[in-house]
Each structure stands twice: as structure tokens, then as C-alpha cells.
Design a protein around this ligand. Structure first.
Ligand SMILES: Nc1ncnc2c1ncn2[C@@H]1O[C@H](COP(=O)(O)OP(=O)(O)O)[C@@H](O)[C@H]1O
Ligand SMILES: [Mg+2]
Length: 375
């Protein structure tokens, strides 16, 4: 049976991974998973393969993993290539996603058709990943917050993803040019690069503005929910941009031109979306510098749950939510609130002791031991 009846529009489906097959992926030799459309709990001792399984799901959704530098880390040590296959479903129907990863090559197929660029993978199955490492979102420098935006917006907008890739490429070339000792040449060439740079930058900036405009109220609501209204979370772009893409491009071009000398002296580009940040405030105070770890953790969770809402708003479907090892870090009321929040979406939750964190919640339990399901 597909979907459930809803009194609103007849039928709705839940975006979900139904089956997952892993071959020579991380510490898995060959394993088949079957997930339910609700809460799935992967449990077992440390270093058994729980996160690896969650990572495989995220990889099939996004074509990337948040903990690798190179795809080859995903291939089981001693093997040539890894395979991940998922039978999934979204509101348009069934989706088969297959990835084959080897040292210097990877091939991804969607419904049997080989895709030529990562942008073509994005949006079939969306995923939001939350792990204790996400604390970096609040604690670390702007890189983490930009990465959060990039991964999230890209899943909903292939134009964003493409603009970002092009922007980064031109930026690299611009930075190389800035290191050229021939000042006259640099000054003559910069405006040529900058026209292109500003065009793609404007797309990136505009989409980020739209994303933040949506994210901020959801994050505030989630944080209030998780703290019983004790705390107010405010997200604010560090730099304001006004208007449509044309106007944003002009603003950026001006800022770039004003910084020619500085950029040449430093040898890199000092303004642009690759330098932008989001200010995160809890009760009016900068969370990065002043909030406790517990507050920061709650803020990071609020951001992620807000991201879930944005996916729902944009695509009409909840993403597959991955909660990796986060329950043990939350206090009891927050765990319960989190579990209440995940109703209606497929969730993969990893933990060491299922009984201790779930309080009898309705779920499918999968025990993982040494790269295998313990049946
Ligand atoms: N490419 C790889 N080949 C073989 N084993 C790997 C590979 N990458 C990671 N592992 C192993 O996977 C295990 C960690 O799995 P992980 O899913 O992170 O554990 P956990 O169950 O604690 O979440 C470690 O024992 C690690 O050595
Ligand atoms: Mg783990």
C-alpha cells in the first residue's frame, strides 16, 4: 500500500527509503536493510556501523557525506569499490538510486539512468542529518554555517548548487590572479572576472536570503518549543543584501571594487558570499561566545528541525531525518519533545541503548553488530 489516507487531499506519501543495500561500504560487506516509514532505530555497541549506515543514506540523498574528504574513504578497506542502492519513494512515486564508488570514480544512477552531475541527484530524496558534531554549527566559525546553508539549499534548488559551483570556480581563479605580482595586469583583469563572479554570487546570495527568511522564524519556534519558551533564538544574516539579483550583483561589484587594493595585498578575495555569516543569538546574546554547551546543542537542534520544516514547505514532503547519536546528549524532556516532533516523517535514529532513549515509542529496531544486522 502506498501512502495513507488523509482527510485533506485523499492520499499522501511519506518521502522514505524503503530498502537499502550496502556492499563493501565502510565496514559492511553485504547487507540489506528494510526501513519502516516511521521511526527506525539502529542500535548496538560503538564502532559497529550505525553511523556508517546513516551516512550511506545521506550520501544517496545528497551525493556527499559530511565526514569525508574523499569518496574512497567510503570503500571498505582492501576492496576496490563500494555499492549503495536504495529503493525509495517520494510523492511522485518510486525512486531507485544506485551509487558505485571507487577510488577515483563514482557513478550514480537514478531510476536506471546514469546522472552526469550531482545536481541531477538532488531533490529526489531529501535528507537532514543531525549528529553531536552539529554543535559546530553554533560553536565554530562561519564555514560551518555556510556549509549548512549550502547543503540544505542545494537539495531544494539545483540552480543554487550550480551557481555555487561556478562561483567557487571563478573565485579560485580570481584568487590566483590576485597573487600575480603584475599589478597593472591584475587591475586590468579583475573587472572581467568580477562581472561573472557577481552574477553567480547574486544567485547564491538571493537564495540564502530567502532561505534565512524562512529558517529564522521556524528556528525561533523550535527553540521556544524545546526550551518551554525560556529562550529566544534569533538568526540574523551578518551582512544585509537588498533587492533582486541585479541589485545584489551591483552591490557586490561595488564592494569588490572598493577592496581591490586590500585583496591584492592579501592575495585573496575578502568580500562575497564565501565570507558571509549568520549571527546566532540566544536571548539577545551571541550564542557562539556566551551560550552554554546545552544551550548551543538545543540551538543546533532547533536549526536542524527548522531545516526539516523548510523542506516540507518547499517540496510538500518531509525529508528523511537522520538523528545520529543525539539522544544521549539531550536531557529527558528534550528527548521526548524531539520524538514527538518526528511524527509523520521517516526517521533513522542511531543509539547505543534503544530502551534508554525511546520510552516505548513505536519504532522498528535494527541491531547492528560488526557491519551486519543481528537478526
Ligand atoms: N572504509 C572503511 N573500511 C572498513 N571499515 C571502516 C571503514 N570506514 C570505517 N570503518 C569502520 O567502521 C567502524 C565505525 O563505524 P560507525 O558506523 O562509525 O560506528 P557506530 O556504530 O559507533 O556509529 C569502525 O570500526 C571503523 O574502523
Ligand atoms: Mg556512530
Amino acid at each position: 500500500m502506498r501512502g495513507k489516507e488523509s482527510d485533506f487531499d485523499g492520499f499522501f506519501t511519506i518521502m522514505q527509503i524503503k530498502k537499502l543495500f550496502l556492499q563493501n561500504f565502510r565496514n559492511y560487506e553485504s547487507e540489506n536493510f528494510e526501513f519502516s516509514e516511521g521511526l527506525n532505530v539502529l542500535f548496538g555497541k560503538n564502532a559497529q556501523g550505525k553511523t556508517n549506515c546513516a551516512e550511506a543514506v545521506f550520501y544517496l540523498c545528497t551525493g556527499t557525506s559530511l565526514r569525508i574528504r574523499h569518496d574512497k574513504q567510503l570503500v571498505k578497506i582492501g576492496e576496490q569499490s563500494a555499492k549503495i542502492t536504495a529503493e525509495a519513494e517520494n510523492r511522485y512515486g518510486k525512486v531507485l538510486i544506485e551509487a558505485e564508488i571507487s577510488e577515483n570514480k563514482r557513478e550514480i544512477r537514478v531510476n536506471g539512468g546514469k546522472i552526469s552531475k550531482n545536481a541531477d541527484l538532488l531533490g529526489h530524496i531529501n535528507s537532514v542529518f543531525f549528529s553531536p558534531g552539529e554543535l559546530r554549527l553554533i560553536q565554530d566559525g562561519p564555514d560551518e554555517r555556510r556549509r549548512f546553508m549550502n547543503v540544505s539549499i542545494s537539495q531544494n534548488s539545483a540552480p543554487y548548487y550550480t551557481a555555487l559551483l561556478r562561483y567557487n570556480k571563478i573565485l579560485d581563479q580570481r584568487n590566483a590572479l590576485l597573487k600575480n605580482p603584475d599589478y597593472t595586469l591584475v587591475l586590468d583583469t579583475l573587472p572581467v572576472w568580477d562581472e561573472q563572479l557577481c552574477k553567480y554570487a547574486a544567485t547564491v546570495v538571493k537564495k540564502r536570503v530567502e532561505f534565512l527568511d524562512k529558517l529564522a522564524p521556524y528556528a525561533k519556534e523550535m527553540h521556544a518549543y524545546l526550551t518551554d519558551n525560556a529562550e529566544e533564538l534569533v538568526l540574523r544574516p551578518e551582512r544585509k543584501y537588498e533587492g533582486e539579483e541585479g541589485e545584489i550583483a551591483q552591490t557586490l561589484a561595488r564592494r569588490l571594487a572598493n577592496n581591490y587594493e586590500k585583496d591584492m595585498r592579501l592575495g585573496f578575495t575578502t568580500v562575497g558570499p564565501h565570507r558571509d555569516d549568520i549571527d546566532v543569538l540566544i536571548n539577545g546574546i551571541d550564542a557562539k561566545s556566551y551560550a552554554s554547551q546545552g544551550q548551543q546543542r538545543t540551538a543546533a537542534l532547533s536549526l536542524k528541525l527548522a531545516e526539516v520544516q523548510i523542506f516540507k514547505e518547499i517540496s510538500g514532503e518531509y525529508p528523511v531525518l537522520i538523528l545520529d547519536d543525539v539522544m544521549s546528549e539531550l536531557d529527558l524532556p528534550r528527548r521526548k519533545k524531539l520524538l514527538q516532533r518526528v511524527h509523520g516523517m521517516q526517521t533513522l535514529l542511531t543509539c547505543t541503548h534503544a530502551e534508554r532513549v525511546l520510552y516505548g515509542a513505536d519504532c522498528r529496531k535494527i541491531r547492528i553488530e560488526n557491519g551486519k544486522i543481528k537478526r
